[in-house]
Ligand binder design. Structure first.
Ligand code: GUN
Length: 294
């Protein structure tokens, strides 16, 4: 059996088109244009690329983006002052502080300083707390986990009652994905680097979300036939046929996994494009909240 390929690029484009339509309607009705502030500290090439991509996609849907590029040696106080100014700026609906921050900075304190109503990344401790609690909902769902849930829904995967295994427990992906799956009534197991027999867990899983950061670690023999596999990993693999000398692969060995799974996301064009699509959606939501509060 060959798995159905879940086309994240196509689904992200649909969401982006919906956001664009809603932004245009907002502008026509209220004369209001949503704004996203991006905060980049230092010059990490991957982070710089991600921020540039986010700004480009904002422009495509008519969201204003306001970019702040700050020096790598900025003080905690100066960074929090930038956030405080953005909190107070009525033209800014969403604030995105690109992570990771340089190690001398206190990430938790910075995330804590973001206005809850502008926390379009969903990383504020209160938003994460609400995500964890029964009967509560966050104002914003973290973008990559949100994208994972949309891909599961669009692929027709039954989440309620499913056995779901999340590989990885990062604050940005693994943990929030596990909480969202649990909210959607899956039975969730979180596996990580100390898990004794990873394959025993994945072989029992109807849904596997791989966000462990290890190249092609999940192979077809570790999967339950017919399961849905969502690959969040982005890793470089040497490939002399490519101009840059490498290609991108996920945490799942796609070739063997697609022979066993029922549905699977590719890398690239799987989860990756969804992260920014959900950020655009969250920024629109933030603008809706701002309008409702005025
Ligand atoms: N670093 C890696 N992923 C993300 C993300 O979704 N948001 C932010 N702010 N930083 C990240």
């Amino acid at each position: 059996m060959t798995a159905k390929i879940i086309n994240g690029q196509e689904i992200a484009a649909e969401i982006q088109a919906e956001v664009q339509e809603a932004v245009e309607a907002m502008q026509a009705k209220y004369g209001y244009v949503p704004g996203l502030a991006t905060v980049l500290v230092g010059e990490d090439p991957a982070s710089s690329t991600y921020v540039r991509m986010k700004q480009k996609r904002c422009a495509e849907v008519g969201i204003r983006s306001i970019g702040h590029s700050l020096p790598a040696d900025i003080t905690q106080g100066d960074l929090e002052k930038v956030v405080a100014d953005l909190n107070a700026d009525p033209e800014v609906n969403g604030i995105l502080v690109q992570l990771p921050l340089p190690s001398h900075l206190d990430e938790e304190a910075v995330l804590n300083s973001i206005d809850l109503g502008k926390d379009v990344d969903g990383f504020h401790p209160v938003n994460i707390g609400r995500l964890a609690m029964k009967g509560r909902d966050p104002l914003f769902i973290p973008c990559t986990p949100y994208g994972v849930m949309v891909l599961l829904e669009k692929s027709g995967t039954q989440i309620s009652g499913a056995e779901a295994v999340v590989l990885g427990r990062s604050n940005i992906v693994g943990l929030p994905v596990a909480m969202l799956l649990q909210k959607a009534n899956a039975t969730v197991t979180i596996c990580h680097s100390r898990t004794k027999d990873l394959a025993a867990h994945t072989r029992n899983a109807d849904i596997v979300v791989a966000a462990i950061g290890r190249r092609e670690m999940v192979t077809g023999d570790m999967l339950k036939p017919g399961s849905t596999v969502i690959d969040v990993g982005i890793n470089q693999k040497e490939d002399p046929t490519k101009k840059r000398g490498y290609r991108l692969v996920g945490d799942v060995d796609f070739d063997s996994a697609k022979e066993v799974a029922g549905a699977i996301t590719p890398v690239p064009r799987g989860v990756g494009p969804m992260t920014i699509a959900m950020l655009l959606k969250n920024t629109l939501h933030a603008a809706d909240l701002a309008l409702a509060n005025n």
